[in-house]
Structure formats: C-alpha cells, structure tokens
Ligand binder design. Structure first.
Ligand SMILES: [Zn+2]
Length: 324
C-alpha cells in the first residue's frame, strides 16, 4: 500500500450508472492504464457511497497504485450534482430521490484523494471532446434513460449558472404528444428515451430496445418503422434545437439509444436534412455535423477523469475538487 501522500500521476474516472459502474485510470498523456467494470448496487445513499469506494479500490488495485495512489478522482453520476461540494441528489436511477448524498466528501475522506463530481452527461460531453482531436465546440446529446445535452465550448465544459444547461428532455415540444412522467404533454423524453422505446417496442432482455427497434424496421416491419420514424423525428428536433441554440462544430449522439449505431444515425441525418430545407438551416451542413459517439470509447469514465484534472486540453481541473 503506497503512502497516502504519494501521488502517482494517474487520475481515476468513475462513471456510475444505474446498472453498472465503469472505472478507468489514465496517465499524464491521457493513455488508459487500467479499467474495471462492476454492477452498481442501487438502493440509496449508502449503496452509492459503497459502490463508488468499491470501484475506486478495485481500480487502484488493478492499476497497482492502491485507491489512495491517484492524484485525483473524477466521478460522473446520473443526478443533480452540486460541483462545489460533490453532493448528489435526484439520482432516481440510483435510488436517491430527495436526500443529498455527500459523494465527493465521502470518497475524498475514505480514499484520501481529491475528488471532483459532476453529472454523467457533462462527464460524457467532456470525454467525447477529449476523444475527438481538433473539435473544440460540441454538443453531446445523450439519449438513454433520459434525454439531455452537455456542451463543450473552446475545450471547456459549459455548466450554466445552476447546472441546468442542456436539460432539454422535458421541453414540451409536441402539443399532441404523449403525457410524460413529469406531467407535461409532448416532452422529447416522452417519445424517444430508452425506456419509452422499450415500452413502445417490447423485446426480450439482453437486446437494447433501440437496437431491436432499428433491426425490425430495417428488416421491413411496418409497425417498427412507424415507431422508429416518430423516435427519429423527435431526435431530429433535439438536434435542430441544439444547432439553433449554440451552433456547435458537431452534435454527437450518445447514450444507450445511440448503440443502435449507423442505421439510427442515418435516419436522424435524413430527418434533419428534411428539416434543413427551411432557409435558416439550409446552408449550414447540419446533417454532416451530426455524428455518433466514437465506438468503444468509454466517454463517461474518461470524461470523469478529465473533470478531475486529467486534462490535456485546458491544463487544469474542469470541476471543483473536494479535499483533501
Ligand atoms: Zn417531461
């Protein structure tokens, strides 16, 4: 076990999701040096803290530095995060509703390392930017359990005043759309999120709902095609919204639904192209600026490491760091 004060130059990134936690250790050149994948133990406050400590401990062991040997640790979680303190709330997929969990402080105290915490979409946006050299401005559109966007401008994460930036999933864009879980009618999320796709196109366990839907549509199933067209229309609307709001170099499609891959990307591009026939979007090549998150790159965990200062982009931590 290394002395607590001995920092190795390795930075850890943890991407804590509703079903699994991925941890990566990266060195000063941004190279991946170790990784772990564990099931997330969901069930509230204590489980979140112990899942994070467990993942960091195993990652430290695998990297050969111990959990206190990292120079910093970044964590991405699907919830509302107060970056200055690393406290997490409203992480419904982790079984945390009203409580505010001191994830940053706890991890910093237990592992004796500096810790930065942010929401998972921000972390993934940063990880995506880091894995796309030459692209400084991007909007990362996460389509998974929910729909939200993260923004990197000039190589830096754009969080906004209250961390609300990019929460477009509950924009009620469709007055004739279905009622959303939030109570409004016609939210983007009510038509195109992963769980909604799974409800509209039920499949056996083991296959992602978007993958199954796209496969069925491509093989000629008319009902699947109709649902896919509707999902795609909503995603195209989200892409257009991002382009008209912030005009990034690229809009990157990520999250579980994006695992449907190229057929989904092509369909969204075609729908965006049809929307682009309106004058203001006609000349901006929006369909060509739409891309999938790089295959096989753990952008959430990588981005979490970049949050904590493993940055080769800006040279300083992207997030507030909590003790020690
Ligand atoms: Zn809603």
């Amino acid at each position: 076990v290394p002395e607590p004060a001995t920092r190795t130059g390795l930075v850890a990134g943890l991407d804590i999701g509703g079903t699994k936690t991925l941890g990566v250790a990266i060195d000063g050149e941004g190279r991946l040096r170790a990784s772990v994948l564990l099931p997330t133990v969901v069930g509230g406050h204590d489980h979140l803290l112990s899942s994070a400590v467990d993942a960091l401990t195993r990652l430290g062991d695998r990297a050969g530095v111990g959990r206190s040997g990292f120079s910093a640790v970044g964590v991405g979680v699907p919830g509302v995060v107060e970056p200055a303190t690393g406290r997490v709330r409203n992480a419904v997929n982790l079984g945390i509703a009203d409580a505010s969990v001191p994830l940053g402080e706890h991890l910093a105290a237990v592992a004796d390392v500096p810790v930065a915490v942010d929401n998972d979409v921000n972390a993934a946006a940063l990880g995506t930017a880091a894995s796309l050299p030459g692209i400084d401005d991007l909007a990362y559109l996460s389509v998974g359990t929910g729909i939200a966007a993260g923004f990197v401008f000039g190589g830096r994460l754009r969080r906004g005043r209250r961390g609300l930036t990019g929460e477009i999933g509950h924009l009620p864009l469709d007055p004739s759309g279905p009622i959303c879980d939030c109570g409004q009618r016609g939210c983007l999320e009510a038509s195109a999120s992963g769980p909604v796709i799974a409800r509209r196109w039920p499949v056996a366990d083991g296959v992602g709902p978007a993958v199954a839907l796209v496969n069925a549509a491509v093989s000629g199933d008319a009902a699947a095609r109709e649902i896919l067209d509707d999902v795609v229309a909503h995603l195209a609307l989200a892409v257009t919204l991002l382009a008209l709001s912030v005009d990034p170099d690229v809009v990157v499609l990520g999250g579980g639904v994006a695992e449907a891959g190229t057929p989904l990307l092509d369909a969204v591009r075609a729908a965006v192209r049809r929307r682009s026939e309106i004058a203001v979007l006609g000349a901006v090549d929006l369909p060509d600026r739409l891309m999938l998150v790089p295959a096989g790159v753990p952008v959430g965990a990588l981005g979490a490491a970049y949050l904590a200062g493993a940055t080769v982009m800006a040279g300083e931590p992207e997030a507030d760091v909590v003790g020690p």
